[in-house]
Design a protein around this ligand. Structure first.
Ligand SMILES: *[C@@H]1O[C@H](CO)[C@@H](O)[C@H](O)[C@H]1NC(C)=O
Ligand SMILES: *[C@@H]1O[C@H](CO)[C@@H](O)[C@H](O)[C@H]1NC(C)=O
Ligand SMILES: *[C@@H]1O[C@H](CO)[C@@H](O)[C@H](O)[C@H]1NC(C)=O
Length: 358
């Protein structure tokens, strides 16, 4: 079902454009219908559709079995790419039910009752195209294994995961998103050994776990690091030297006090968004000039001035070129002991500031 039409009618007159538009709509539908599926595959797919599920004829690679009160996974047809099983009562991720669905790319198992014991051997590793696995809101106690090397995103939030099997991520060179939010991970579970292999990780969410320390072993590709709502008290000096790409850093709702936070630890030029709300900081940490968003609300900071918050010397800014103007646009300082008004040197420093909450 290849087609070489271009969907642009701008060179043609009104009626022609309309006609072309219609043609293009038709050819798009054709492509959706096609989905690189042959007529034989299409028939096999529709015929094998489990009666509990729906298999829309215009989207034959998708099988919808969500919200059906299912206690087990039905036999999934062979040409399925997108499988929706969320919101059921499934306890076992059955290797047999998925045996023929070897082309699976997208598997949504959110909001079921799957335990780690219920993840049958080989059920995931035998799906060489599986890119997105959703298992939020289940009963897993460990990161499932073995995982296929094709995996790009793995969502496991709101389970009861306390273990990451050593080496579970080795070979997963495409994995860029790992969501482990709201589990039961303690410091000893998140280590260099358990995270080994995450060579292209971009986003990791470890919020709402039971961490007392900053995790070790995060890969240098990490750009978004979410650690909100743990019990972290300290950040080791130079911690972010190992994370040269970190741009979005969230540490809201921890136990960080200024004695546990080396003043220059966040002076890392890659950081764009720094969130330290609801901690116990008494001093403003040093920030990089490129920082755009800073959340320092609900700490114990008593005063703020250009001298302690401005990343460049305020005096030196009188006729400075634009590169040295700090990039901060959004600043929250409310919920501290700071009395208004906002000091003039703070305003002078952050010329790009569009919003400040004090
Ligand atoms: C797999 O496909 C074969 C051949 O079409 C069929 O006989 C069998 O029942 C299928 N098994 C499952 C588990 O879907
Ligand atoms: C913060 O980092 C920048 C760039 O790495 C550096 O030039 C500057 O001296 C640092 N600031 C302080 C106060 O250490
Ligand atoms: C500096 O910023 C101003 C306003 O944002 C802009 O008009 C000007 O061209 C910039 N100058 C340089 C050197 O980039």
């Amino acid at each position: 079902m290849q087609t070489s039409h271009t969907c642009s009618g701008s060179r043609f007159g009104g009626k022609m454009a309309l006609l072309l538009g219609l043609l293009c709509t038709l050819c798009l539908v054709g492509q959706v219908l096609g989905q690189d599926i042959t007529h034989e595959e299409y028939l096999a797919q529709i015929q094998a559709c489990p009666r509990e599920c729906s298999c829309p004829p215009n989207f034959p690679r998708a099988v919808y079995c969500d919200n059906k009160g299912l206690k087990s996974i039905p036999k999934i047809p062979p040409h399925t790419w997108y499988l929706y099983l969320q919101n059921n009562l499934i306890e076992v991720l059955s290797a047999d039910a998925l045996r023929n669905a070897t082309q699976l790319r997208w598997l949504n198992l959110n909001r079921n009752k799957i335990t780690s014991e219920g993840v049958e051997e080989g059920v995931l590793s035998t799906k060489p195209n599986l890119a997105h696995l959703y298992m939020d809101d289940n009963l897993l106690s460990s990161v499932p294994s073995a995982l296929p090397a094709s995996l790009e995103s793995l969502r496991l939030s709101r389970n009861r995961i306390s273990k990451i099997p050593p080496g579970v991520f080795i070979g997963l060179d495409k994995l860029n998103l790992l969501d482990l939010q709201a589990n039961k991970l303690m410091d000893d579970a998140v280590t260099e050994v358990s995270l080994k292999g995450l060579n292209n990780l971009v986003q990791i969410n470890l919020a709402k776990n039971q961490l007392n320390s900053m995790p070790i072993g995060l890969p240098p590709t990490t750009t978004q690091l979410f650690l909100d709502d743990n019990n972290i008290e300290k950040i080791p000096a130079g911690y972010f030297k190992g994370l040269p790409k970190v741009a979005f850093l969230r540490l809201n709702y921890n136990k960080l006090g200024s004695s546990g936070v080396p003043r220059d630890v966040f002076n890392v030029s890659s950081i764009l968004d720094l969130q330290l709300s609801h901690n116990q900081l008494t001093e403003v940490p040093l920030i990089p000039a490129g920082l755009e968003h800073l959340h320092l609300d609900h700490n114990n900071i008593k005063s703020v001035s250009g001298a302690n918050i401005c990343p460049v010397a305020v005096e030196a800014m009188e006729d400075s070129s634009n590169e040295s103007v700090p990039r901060l646009r959004y600043l929250r300082l409310d919920g501290n002991d700071i009395k208004p008004p906002i000091p003039r040197d703070v305003i002078l420093c952050f010329r790009l500031l569009t919003s400040i909450v004090i």
